[in-house]
Structure formats: C-alpha cells, structure tokens
Design a binder for this molecule. Structure first.
Ligand code: TXA
Ligand code: MG
Length: 317
C-alpha cells in the first residue's frame, strides 16, 4: 500500500524517493500533485508514463519560495508583484526560462518558458524543503480524469504506479491553481483557477485578458477539453433532473429527484462549491448515471473557474 499518513517520518521517506528518481503524490492547497525531480529527465518521463499524459503538455515546477524560481526564470516586474501578493499560494506563473540547464527539457515540453508555483500547503512545503529539489507536479490523476482532491482519489487512479502517496486529508481549495502568463507587462490568464480574476485585477490594477479558447494554440497546452472529463455526459444549467440522471445541485432550492444527488453548497457558497466539485463529479460518475444534470452556478468569483471546468467536462462527453 503506497498510501501513508503525512508526518515527519513519511515526509523524509517521500523526499528520499523523489531524490532517487521516484514518484510521490502529495497534497497541495489546490489538488493532489504527482511529484518528480524536475532536474531528472528519466523521473519526469516516468511521471508522464504514470499519468498516461501527452508528452507535449508542460508541467508546473514547484519550489518552496520565490527566490528558488528567480534563480531559474526571469521574474518580470509583473511576476514579482503577483508573487508578492499570492505566493505561497494557488497561483502559477509562466516565466521566461533563464539559460541555466537545470530543469529537464521534458518537464517544460521543450518550451522556452517555464511554469512555477510556490504552494502554501504545509505538507507540500515540508516535502519541497526536505527534497531540496525543484519538483515537477501535475495533478495526480490519470490523464483525462478530474483532478484528485483526496488521497483515495489518487489511489484509485494511480495506486499501483507511484512510490508513495502522502495522505494529508482533503485539499482545502479543490480547484487547480490559476495559471498566468507573466512574461510581459500585462497578465494573461492561461487557466482559470483558485485565485479569482477579480483578486488578480485588484493587484495589477488592470483588467485581465483570458487567452482565447483556441484549443490548438500552444499557449496553455493543458487546456484540452478532455482534461476534465467524467465518463457520464453533463447537462449544464439544468433546472430539473430526468429519470436516470444524477443531479449536481447548488444552492438552497433543489428540484425534486429520486436519483443520486449531491449539493455542492446548500448555502450557495462558491468557495464551498469549489472544494466539493471534483469529489462530487467522481462520485456521481461512479453512480453509473448516463447523464449528470448540473444546476446553474453563478459565474462571479470562483464560479468563473467552476463553470470553466464544467464546460470542459460537458464538451468532452
Ligand atoms: O493546482 C495546480 O496547479 C496543480 C497542483 C498539483 O500544483 N497542478 C496542476 O498541474 O494542475 P497540471 O499539469 O495538471 O496543469 C498544468 C497547467 C497545464 O494547463 C499546462 O499546460 C500549463 O499549466 N503550463 C505548464 N507549463 C506551461 C508553460 N510553460 N506555458 C504555458 N502553460 C503551461
Ligand atoms: Mg491536471
């Protein structure tokens, strides 16, 4: 059994596995990541293989503090401002690589940019410091599945393919980090996520462009529709659930339904809904329903990222 409760001993063991080129799944405040030594091309190759991920999808490199990112990439004034406001935390910055050949080319899929994140989760922080290496970590799901928010989700997807799963309980935010291209003077959102557009606009003082939804554009190759796909079809903005459907509800007023039902937040709280989203999709998918009817969710705050993930899941089915 690769699943271990995270404690000082198991974290030291996990760090040793990473240093030896192995794979370790660990909690961050967003979702569980599947970590590998980003400087070791073979370890990164093993990581892509474990996920069954298309090799051209670049990975986020996790470091314990801003200075470690600054040693490997150019922090523009914009990047520094965002790092100061949101690191450690659920923000990923895409930056121009410095000409130091430390990170394996495979981790960045050969691009001349590199994505960095400084996670805030205490277990992620402890692991990064113990390993003393930059750690490449995509979400710890098989490619095509929704991201894992518990160690049990990781075990179901990858249990036989990882050296260790550090169990730190459910991840508090439940949505992946927001990915920002910070190579220029204006922030560009490459992936909506845990830090809201409004929060970033408040720091930069400018309204923010989202990269257009062109799926063939290489700007954020991970934004393929199928990335967030459950097996069931999704029917969005549903005001009723039909016979045989599962119902993903939101808010205090729920239509009558005698099939499987999960309410993301009975009090209509978007932070709670984000934390519950991926576990709810997995559970309703596992119920065997052919269709998941999804009630409307407002698109302000975290609702923008929640609706982004739901639209991708719906498109893919
Ligand atoms: O919350 C998260 O970000 C989690 C935790 C584990 O940190 N990680 C995560 O990684 O979601 P992953 O690999 O599932 O998603 C990484 C995203 C993809 O959309 C990828 O295309 C984008 O970041 N990305 C990585 N490097 C990039 C680069 N150089 N340029 C543009 N996009 C990049
Ligand atoms: Mg992912």
């Amino acid at each position: 059994m690769p699943k271990h409760r995270a404690n000082p001993n198991s974290i030291v063991q996990a760090a040793a596995i990473l240093r030896a080129g192995g794979l370790v799944a660990f909690p961050t405040e967003t979702v569980y990541g599947l970590g590998a030594d980003a400087t070791n091309g073979l370890a990164v190759a093993a990581l892509y293989a474990a996920k069954g991920r298309p090799t051209f999808n670049p990975l986020i490199v996790h470091v314990p503090q801003t200075e470690a990112a600054a040693a490997l990439a150019d922090l523009t004034p914009l990047a520094l401002k965002l790092a100061e406001a949101f690191w450690p935390g659920p923000l990923t910055l895409v930056l121009a690589k410095r000409p130091v050949r430390i990170i394996a080319d495979l981790a960045t899929a050969g691009l001349d940019t590199i994505a960095f994140r400084v996670p805030a989760h205490p277990i992620a922080q402890a692991l990064l410091r113990a390993a003393d290496l930059p750690i490449a970590a995509p979400s710890a799901n098989r490619s095509g599945h929704v991201s894992p928010t518990t160690a049990a989700h990781v075990e179901a997807d990858l249990g036989d393919r990882v050296g260790m799963i550090l169990d730190g309980g459910a991840t508090p935010v439940g949505l992946e980090s927001t990915v920002i291209d910070a190579t220029g003077t204006d922030a560009i959102i490459l992936r909506l996520g845990a830090v809201t557009r409004e929060a970033i606009e408040k720091v930069t003082g400018r309204s923010i462009r989202a990269a257009d939804g062109d799926e063939t554009a290489p700007s954020s190759p991970g934004m393929l529709a199928r990335h967030y796909a459950p097996a069931a079809k999704l029917r969005l903005n549903a005001h009723e659930a039909r016979k045989g459907d599962a119902l993903l509800a939101f808010g205090p007023v729920v239509p009558a339904h005698d099939g499987p039902t999960i309410n993301l937040s009975p009090s209509a709280d978007l932070v709670e809904a984000a934390a519950n989203l991926f576990a709810a999709l997995r559970a309703l998918d596992a119920s065997g329903a052919g269709t998941i009817a999804v009630m409307p969710i407002p698109s302000h705050g975290l609702g923008e990222a929640i609706n982004d993930r739901l639209r991708r899941a719906a498109q893919a089915s």
